[in-house]
Design a binder for this molecule. Structure first.
Ligand code: ATP
Ligand code: MG
Length: 715
């Protein structure tokens, strides 16, 4: 593309932003108005029209996936490689800086990223060491406290607890946590940001270096930056580097993770001579969808206020479906997607969005049963699966013996006769000598342990040493293959019964594939280290690439920035959405409403809302009212599609392919079982003696029963 083409396909306001004179700029605009598109064109414009080199640009996105897309789109527009262009999430960029300047940041070269699971494990250990009662001081709460302080840029030493006993204890735990991380060279997610910020503050020469390098900074999804990210950005930009930030106050949905919507307002004050540009034309959705979105968000107060209009069609009405329970809801969604696909649309054009991760299970089951391929986007995290984390822990130990989190994870996995008592002893020694578990294990092996424990431990230590020796010089894929085999993990899961063990083995094999395909791009760090860091950073969103045409399932939070022709919002019920924890608190309720606005505005052509009249949640049957957000949508935009639904439609679908095994039982019917008591039939499958029914029992939850043996009585 030549220079003028970079402005083609943009409206006047977008052009103004793309071709703006150097200076601070805030692009404030609603969903689907082309903010992300403007950023991509701006980057291309700066390179092509203004002659900046890719190395002199820094762009911040909200996910690693978005960063990849941004680089890809820029490269295809310019037809050249953008090597040296820094684009990533705040976390990714901070990590990169800390890797390059570990010494200045006060870290060891081989520091490890501590993900939230490992973090919790470490906090639990600290609670124990400090002799705190974990009922009164729940480790999760301490973890939340530590992260919240870090998000605000505060270390333990900065907090003045005064005479407040609660705060004193929290600070004590925070201090102990900081020391433990220091000892093992562990860096949690919030720490990445905090260290990167401190790097600027403590190393003026380094800061100057980057201030000379970067000539422009661009930030997407600016409304979800937290205090420390904002501070990092502000120090880096100083008075010289122009920043273009794009965002939408109505889409700020990470307040619970420390994001500060106020940063949008602060921007114009803190960054001099900020030019504010508003984009008002929406290119994504139909008029009906926009009207619905506006109807909902109108109920929030203190908005910056934006008008959004579209030249697009009025479009179809929004469907509203009431399932009689969550299984019926899921079945309806599956049916509609099936029909959409049969009409010639790809499955990948559909997204099913929900408020809570736990909702995915029932949906997944429905997709599996109907044999419709689906993917969980950002949810069922490949790198967070147990077997993968175990394998990675072995690799981490091979790389760094002093990685305590990894050590604890696999010291007795697969089981090798090292008991809780031995581990307890190791911890005590590590604590007393301020050393790692590995060092303590070496110390204890000769003496200080019963003979059996000692030889089991010795076995583990030599296993790791041997793995290290044997994999020396191997390519990453081979190394991984070697580790998953020799560690005994594959054999361990092969012995597990049923499909789960099989799935775990497959996942481990998939890890070997992933490692083999991994491309290390930084010569200063070993490929193994890069792979491990990548796995930790990607855990939040990564999933092995999958080219099968599949429906996308995801939480509303992870749908940010994305768009799909057909979108389902499932579980539109009070208590679920808005979440019950938020419905009483006006601030949190407004954040839930913004989340709803994000959800609605993901839809391009068609939006379908569903809810269940009864839903099993946290072990009990709930009769939730329809979500207030549905009521906030203007009536003229909605149509109920109740009739084609519930009992009749799913039954006829089942009876088409499957003989109804017992005329006494039908979907939705109440039945009695001798052991499980009363319940409702919600599903059935199979034929003849294989026929099974799924019954949602009032007290026992849902169960699949073989009809032939169940002896159900209708009531
Ligand atoms: P969100 O707030 O959801 O992140 P956004 O403001 O970043 O949305 P984009 O994703 O950049 O919006 O754009 C929304 C859609 O509109 C995209 O498909 C984009 O290609 C298209 N689009 C943006 N501007 C134009 C334009 N001037 N002409 C045609 N299509 C456009
Ligand atoms: Mg966007």
């Amino acid at each position: 593309m030549d220079v003028t083409e970079l402005l083609d396909g943009l409206n006047p306001a977008q052009r103004e932003a793309v071709a703006a004179e150097p200076g601070n700029a805030l692009v404030l605009a609603g969903a689907g108005s082309g903010k992300t598109r403007v950023l991509v064109h701006r980057i291309a414009w700066l390179i092509r029209a203004e002659g900046f080199s890719p190395q002199s640009l820094l762009a911040v996105t909200f996910t690693n996936k978005a960063a990849k897309e941004m680089r890809g789109r820029t490269e295809s527009m310019l037809g050249l490689s953008t090597h040296g262009f820094w684009v990533g999430t705040f976390h990714g960029l901070a990590h990169r800086l800390l890797k390059a300047h570990w010494r200045e940041a006060g870290l060891q070269q081989n520091f490890q990223i501590l993900d939230s699971d490992d973090q919790l494990r470490l906090v639990k250990r600290i609670v124990k060491e400090l002799g705190l009662d974990d009922g009164r001081w729940p480790p999760k709460q301490i973890q939340g406290f530590v992260n919240a302080q870090k998000d605000e840029g505060l270390r333990a030493k900065h907090i003045d607890a005064g005479g407040d006993f609660y705060l004193q204890t929290m600070v004590k735990a925070y201090t102990a946590y900081e020391e433990a991380c220091e000892r093992s060279s562990l860096v949690d997610f919030a720490e990445l940001l905090l260290r990167a910020h401190e790097l600027w503050l403590n190393q003026p020469t380094l800061l100057k270096h980057y201030q000379n390098r970067f000539r422009h900074i661009l930030v997407d999804e600016f409304q979800d930056t937290n205090t420390v990210q904002y501070a990092w950005l502000r120090v880096l930009a100083g008075t010289q580097i122009p920043v273009m930030a794009v965002g939408d106050d109505d889409q700020s949905i990470y307040g619970w993770r420390g994001a500060k919507i106020e940063n949008i307002q602060r921007f114009s004050q803190d960054f001099s001579d900020t030019q504010t540009i508003r984009l008002e034309q929406n290119y994504r959705s139909t008029q009906t969808i926009l009207k619905a979105a506006n109807g909902v968000i109108d109920n929030n107060f203190g908005r910056l206020g934006k008008d959004l209009w579209t030249e697009g069609d009025e479009g179809e009405k929004i469907d509203l479906y009431a399932g009689f329970n969550e299984h019926d809801e899921a079945r309806f969604i599956v049916d509609r997607i099936d029909a959409w696909h049969r009409d010639g649309n790809p499955r990948a054009s559909v997204a099913v969005l929900y408020r809570s991760n736990a909702q995915s299970r029932v949906l997944e089951e429905a997709f599996l049963r109907a044999d419709i391929p689906y993917r969980i986007y950002g949810g069922q995290r490949f790198y967070e699966r147990l077997e993968i984390r175990n394998a990675l822990s072995y690799m981490r130990l091979v790389h760094n013996r002093n990685d305590d989190a990894a050590f604890e994870r696999v010291i007795n996995t697969p089981t090798r006769g090292i008991g809780a008592k031995t581990i307890e002893t190791l911890r005590a020694v590590a604590r007393d000598h301020s050393q790692s578990l590995w060092q303590s294990a070496i110390q204890l092996c000769g003496s200080g342990l019963p003979a059996r424990a000692s030889s089991a431990l010795q076995g583990f230590l030599s296993l790791i040493e041997t793995l290290d020796e044997q994999t020396d010089g191997l390519a990453l894929g081979e190394l991984t293959d070697h580790v998953v085999e020799r560690s005994g993990l594959i054999a361990f899961h092969q012995k597990e019964k049923g499909e789960r063990g099989q799935a775990r083995v497959e996942n481990l094999q998939e890890l070997v594939v992933a490692a083999g395909q991994f491309r290390a791009d930084d010569e200063s760090i070993t490929p193994l280290q890069q792979f491990l860091d990548n796995a930790a950073l990607d855990a939040g969103e990564g999933q092995a690439e999958d080219f099968e045409d599949s429906v996308q399932l995801m939480t509303l939070h992870s749908a940010k920035g994305l768009e799909f022709p057909l979108v389902f919002l499932a579980g539109m019920e009070e208590g679920l959405f808005p979440h019950q924890m938020s419905s009483q608190d006006p601030t949190r309720l407004e954040e839930e409403r913004r989340l709803c606005y994000v959800g609605i505005t993901r839809a391009m052509q068609k939006l379908v809302l569903t809810y269940a009249e009864t839903r099993r949640m946290h072990g009990s049957e709930n009769y939730n009212a329809i979500s207030r957000f549905v009521r906030e949508i203007p009536d003229t935009c909605l149509q109920e599609v109740r009739l084609q639904s519930t009992v009749t439609q799913p039954v006829s679908r089942v009876t088409q392919n499957v003989a109804v095994p017992d005329a006494n039982v039908s979907l939705g019917q109440r039945v009695y079982h001798q052991i499980f008591g009363e319940g409702m039939v919600v599903n059935f499958e199979g034929r003849g003696s294989h026929a099974r029914v799924e019954v949602n029992f009032d007290t026992e939850g849902t169960k699949w029963l073989v009809l032939h043996y169940a002896n159900l009585q209708s009531i």
